[in-house]
Every structure is written in C-alpha cells, then in structure tokens.
Write a protein that binds this ligand. Structure first.
Ligand code: AMP
Length: 304
C-alpha cells in the first residue's frame, strides 16, 4: 500500500501540437492512477467545489482509496498553466494558482500513516516534512521536487532530503541543487545526504538510477508522437513506486523492473493530453510495452 500526498488540479496546457484550456491534472492524480495498476493507493489531496463527480470518475474502479480526498465548498481547485516549446523536456510555467491548496495541512488517518510506502509529490518542502513526520516508519519514503523550491527553500529541501530514502528528480534540478555540471558527481552529493536511491529523470533520454554502489540507466520508450509531456514525471513515479510497493523485497532486480514499469506508464501519458491515455489502457497494455522495452535494451555479450 502507498500513501501519496500531492495535488489534484486543473491544468491549462499548450504544446506545439495543441492546446487545452482546462483539463484534469495534478501530481497526485497522475501518480495514483499509475501506481494503482500495481498497489493500493491512499490519496491525500484537496479539491474545490469546481471538482465534479465527472472529474472524480478518473479514480473510479481503480485501487485508489479516496478517504483522504477533501472537497472544500466555496473554493477553487489548484490550477496550473504551462507551455512547452519543441524541447518538450522544458515546461514553462505561465501561472500557478494554489487556491484550496494554500491552506491545506492534512492530518493523516491511521491507515495512511501506516502505509509501507509514502510518496511526497512536489510541494513546499516544509509541508512535505509535516506530512512525512506523521508517517510511522515507512519502508520507503520518497519525494519529488521542482526548480522553484531549490531556488526559494533550499535549506528546507535539504532537511527533507535527509529524511527520505528515495528522491525522484529531474536532471536539471540535480545540477541546480548541487551546482555541479557533472550529473554523476551531483548525484553523489545528494546520496551523501543519506538518500539511498536517487532516480534522475532525463525526459526523452530516459532515467538514471544511482545508489552508493550501483548505477542503472534506462532509455525512454522511443515514441514517434509525444503530444503532451505534462504528468510524465508523476506517472513515472507512480509506476515505479507502485510496482516497488508490490515487491516483497525491493532488491536491485525489483528496482530495475520498477524503473521500466515507471517508464512504460509515463510513455502512455505523453501520447495524449491530461490523463486521456492513462484512462484507456489496461494492465495487459502495460505488460506488452514493458516487454518491448526489454527487447529494446537487450544485447548479447561478445566472444573473442
Ligand atoms: P509533471 O509534469 O509530472 O512534473 O507534473 C505536472 C502536474 O503537476 C500538473 O498536472 C500540475 O497540475 C502539477 N503541478 C504543477 N506545478 C505544481 C506545483 N507548484 N505544486 C504542485 N503541483 C504542481
């Protein structure tokens, strides 16, 4: 079981291939839907009055517990507006309206506190810490962050880094946080804070996972039509931690499979706007693409 704390939101998105003025988004939304393919998810988030039953239907029939999804009357949901140029790895934020999220200080239920895996999606580091402190020694505590917090709340972010086992972060954010041009050296600095596993998202170039004694690299699935990258990171995190939470041990082989499941799910998200593609796929689609990934990266040893 996994507890996730993050946003359930509405987004306005513009990419070189299309534009949408209002669609379902939010870090916890992408994460929960992706993770629920493998594990039960306890969603901790808040929405406003504008969040309808139709919007909530994305969670229906999935392994997602909505006890922790608060709905506040008279307020609006978190809203994010972003734009991408032809380099889809770089999102430009046009507008962020915290709305109902501004005063959200969740108190976790006993079940949410006891989850063996907790994911703190991108939020102000002090708030992430407040949620983490309510959890009862999870097997894996993981977090995501963004450039804004590295720039404005670096010390608080360092405090949370010291408390988690696993950090899922973008390549550019590793460089920004560590002031180190070399990614491997930068990663070592973050591992030195006590983080056991660092997962570096590299957009269309894939993912690099580092621990103190191992490195694993995976490409991104070679899609011809990447339509909208919004949510790719959170979907990756959901597939990755969802699979890992379902493993008894979480050993190196499990971690590697988890990276591929995360990448597989993220590759579906970017094929359409919002959660439109995630909504239609089944676990069999996920397994089929996982196997394509395996073929893509397999090579034989040589003989002399
Ligand atoms: P990703 O593309 O995976 O990094 O995440 C995109 C999602 O994160 C969007 O659907 C947004 O609603 C949400 N989001 C954007 N900015 C923030 C923020 N500052 N805090 C929390 N969630 C955010």
């Amino acid at each position: 079981m996994i507890t996730v704390f993050g946003t359930v939101a509405f987004d306005a998105i513009q990419t070189p291939f299309g534009k949408v003025d209002r669609c379902l988004g939010g870090s916890a939304t992408y994460f929960s839907v992706a993770a629920s393919f493998f594990s039960r998810v306890q969603l901790v988030a808040v929405v406003g009055e504008d969040f309808t039953d139709d919007d909530a239907s994305i969670f229906a029939g999935r392994n997602i517990d909505l006890d922790g999804l608060q709905r506040v009357a008279g307020e609006k949901s978190f809203f994010w507006s972003g734009e991408y140029g032809y380099d889809l790895n770089v999102a430009k934020t046009r507008d962020t309206q915290l709305n109902v999220f501004a005063n959200f200080r969740p108190t976790l239920t006993a079940t949410q506190r006891k989850a063996p895996v907790i994911f703190l999606a991108n939020a102000e580091p002090d708030l992430q810490l407040e949620v983490l402190e309510q959890c009862e020694s999870p097997r894996i505590a993981a977090l995501d962050t963004m450039n804004l917090w590295i720039a404005t709340a670096r010390d608080a972010l360092t405090r949370v880094f010291r408390r988690v086992d696993l950090v899922i972060i973008n390549e550019a954010e590793v460089r920004q946080y560590t002031n180190e041009a070399n990614l491997i050296k930068g990663a070592r600095q973050i591992l030195a804070l006590g983080v056991k596993t660092l997962v570096i998202k590299r957009g269309e170039y894939g993912v690099l996972m580092m621990t103190n004694d191992a490195v694993f690299a995976a490409p991104a699935y070679p899609l011809e039509a990447v339509f909208d990258p919004t949510g790719a990171g959170d979907t990756f995190a959901g597939g990755f931690l969802g699979y890992l939470a379902s493993c008894a041990e979480g050993n190196d082989a499990d971690l590697r499979r988890a990276i591929i499941f995360g990448s597989t799910l993220a590759s579906f998200t970017v094929e359409k706007f919002s959660l439109d593609r995630l909504r239609e796929i089944t676990i069999d689609d996920v397994y089929a693409r996982y196997r394509e990934f395996r073929a893509l990266t397999h090579f034989e040893d040589f003989e002399v």
